[in-house]
Design a protein around this ligand. Structure first.
Ligand SMILES: [Zn+2]
Length: 349
């Protein structure tokens, strides 16, 4: 058990958590925690997709939402925008639940749980994947690594790479390959993944891709069902490209393209974005985000926002949730900021 888990359990057992929260409010400090989820599913290795995006099992998510609905006022993007514009302050105990990417489990698993507790959430969707039925690059990489029978994988693009595929260490192999996609400027992701499948000896085609994506990803009808249930739908770019690796033309397509896709599908203006793998940071990207019409941007920079400070609208911090985070630890982490580093950065998607 980690120090954080012990402390969280202790805080919970002696009832200090609510006391800490009240004390913080009495002193005028109102943290605004924003939690990030991706996929809610059993974490049992029963499918070949990336296990690192499974942040909670259905049971754990149920516990989280019950706790959040009981202790916080859950808000959407409209409320936080009004707060930044100065037209209306956020409630003192405001919090936000967010989901990135656009997994089918948002509708099939998360929505019924959110409804059970009268809770709401914001869903950031990568629009190209919904329209064209393509797996996300991390799930496609994970699938190829896990379906492969090869003892080693040799790649030439974007540079010569030799990977020994040890069956007991497949997530390490996946993580190494994902790092190339996250960090290579101007990478042709399709070429990289096509050559990876060839090198790994795994059959791949648009038909395979679409079949897998149909099992895993929301359709537009399902996105609209979330919206009709009172949830906010916002942008997570078009193809989930890491923004600071893109050329100016690619950057514009990801930012403007996804906003236009969503507005065409939902007939509502879209002004909020969650940055892929949380990286919206550099000045060039921030300028492009603002130019593309966004006024709210969500990063994966860990932490609770103190909205008494100058919390910048294009760099709202979020706290990643890990599958091991218990109700007690989560509750403690919402009020004690130094407990909030709940996810190592390698996991960001
Ligand atoms: Zn994402």
């Amino acid at each position: 058990m980690s120090r954080r888990q012990r402390l969280g359990g202790l805080l919970d057992a002696i009832g200090v958590v609510d006391g800490v929260k009240r004390a913080r409010m009495a002193f005028g400090v109102s943290p605004f925690p924003v939690l990030t989820y991706h996929r809610i599913a059993p974490k049992d290795g029963s499918d070949p997709f990336d296990p690192d995006v499974i942040d909670a099992t259905p049971q754990v998510f149920d516990e989280h939402v019950r706790m959040l609905a009981r202790n916080f006022t859950l808000v959407g993007t409209r409320e936080i925008r009004a707060h930044f514009m100065g037209t209306r302050s956020l409630p003192a105990n405001a919090a936000m639940i967010t989901f990135d990417d656009g997994y089918k489990s948002c509708l099939e698993v998360a929505l019924p749980i959110l409804r059970r507790y009268g809770a709401r959430a914001v869903f950031f969707v990568s629009t190209g994947h919904v329209t064209e039925r393509r797996l996300f690059w991390w799930d496609r990489t994970s699938y190829i690594v896990r379906q492969s029978k090869a003892a080693e994988i040799r790649l030439e693009y974007p540079e010569p790479i030799h990977i020994v595929r040890r069956p007991y260490d497949l997530q390490k192999v996946t993580t190494r390959l994902l790092r190339i996609i996250k960090d290579t400027y101007g990478l042709d992701v399709e070429r990289f993944l096509t050559e990876l499948a060839q090198a790994a000896g795994v059959p791949w085609s648009n038909e395979v891709d679409a079949r897998l994506a149909d099992d895993l990803l929301l359709t537009w009808d399902e996105v609209r069902a979330l919206r009709d249930a009172g949830m906010d739908i916002e942008s997570h770019t078009r193809w989930h490209r890491v923004l600071d690796t893109l050329t100016p033309a690619e950057l514009e397509e990801e930012l403007v393209g996804s906003r236009e896709d969503l507005e065409a599908q939902l007939s509502d203006p879209v002004r909020a974005i969650a940055y892929p793998v949380g990286r919206g940071g550099d000045h060039r990207v921030a300028m492009a985000v603002a130019r593309a019409g966004y006024d709210l941007g969500f990063s994966n920079a860990t932490g609770i926002n103190d909205f008494r400070s100058a919390m910048a609208p294009l760099s709202v911090r979020r706290a990643a949730v890990d599958a091991w985070v218990s109700d007690a630890v989560l509750r403690a982490s919402m009020v004690v900021p130094n407990l909030t580093e709940v996810s190592p950065p390698r996991k960001t998607r």
